[in-house]
Design a protein around this ligand. Sequence first.
Ligand code: GLU
Length: 425
Amino acid sequence: MTTMTTDAHVDKESNPWESQRARFDLAAQKLNLDDGLWRVLRYPNRELTVYIPVQMDDGHLEVFTGFRVQHSIARGPAKGGIRYAPDVTLDEVRALASWMTWKCAVVNIPFGGAKGGITCDPKKMSQGELERMTRRYTSAILPLIGPEQDIPAPDVYTNSQTMAWIMDTYSMTKGYAVPGVVTGKPISLGGSLGRNEATGRGVFNTIESACEHLHMPLKGATVAVQGFGNAGSISAQLLHQAGAKIIAVSDSTGCVYNRDGLNVPELMHMKALCGHVDGFPESEPILPHELLALGCDILVPAALENTIVAENAGTVRARIIAEAANGPVTPAADRILESKGAFVIPDILCNAGGVTVSYFEWVQDEQHLFWEVQDIYNRLERVMKTAFSDVLKIHVERKVPMRIAANMLGIGRVAEAVQIRGIYP
Ligand code: GLU
């Protein structure tokens, strides 16, 4: 029997790898997954830990720990972002890599799943330090990545500039430009139109579908958004444009609330200018736990893992929980939300718009032929709405929560690929 060490210092509820496994086991059971396949899919294919020496601006040498985990390459090249954060652990990266496998399968794009991360505090690092760390990390994971092997993308606290450094480092070792080695690149390097707003757009598309299913008009619906980074702010903007009322928004600096609805374009402007939402005019400050407990129609957790846990899940009053973040709800909180009748749009469906447009970007790079933005939005909407209705069908027919339905769809597709390919040798 395969065993795996996990990060012992992280308690079980907040360890994303434990959360991933709990959902995987439930879905595999519902699928009557063969015992051998169950073991193949439960663990990642490959894990690489690297130690990254970086010359800091003050002259001293720092060594950062980085990871790249490929969970599955059964359906295509491994795909997934790279995050920079102080609390990145191998277990977190493992969980995120597995979620990428199921996510790509849910939206039916021909990729496997991977994730990378570096344990560091990017907010305290200069651009020069970030560039040197990114380039050295890239050279350390070079044997794993490539347009046909494993394609990184932005994630928490990485962006198109980070991707440009990775693309350049990889290309310099080849001697020619290889744009398809990463997605989420700047447009000038072969990035795709629409990639920057893709996650938020996909979140919006799935909320539209959920509202339709629940016969809840989106116009006039009240929304609270926890996390105002790329995914949170773009979803808020699109919901606002569709006539929903964004009554509360938070970021790491604070939470702002206005019962009559916040002016989202102005809030985005202030965030871009000053870097925070705190102190926004025509709003009152509230506490993070108050935002989660607001009486609203839609709650969008768009920050990090473990936002809604057993301790606070009982206070959540929203009808729809749209998981723009990866892993914002723990399995213990799932059960509480379920008993309250909340409709959860699970992360591997809700935030799959990002990787879907990453796929479009990779296709365009491989073809050296670029699409118009409206074409990308239309294709994205089609993919998201098809995935939503595929998951909903399992939810209704098999009477399982949306999260388990999404896992069943994703795991089922990957299991089929593994089974048809057969086990080598
Ligand atoms: N980091 C994003 C996610 O978690 C995007 C990954 C990608 O585009 O490869 O889905």
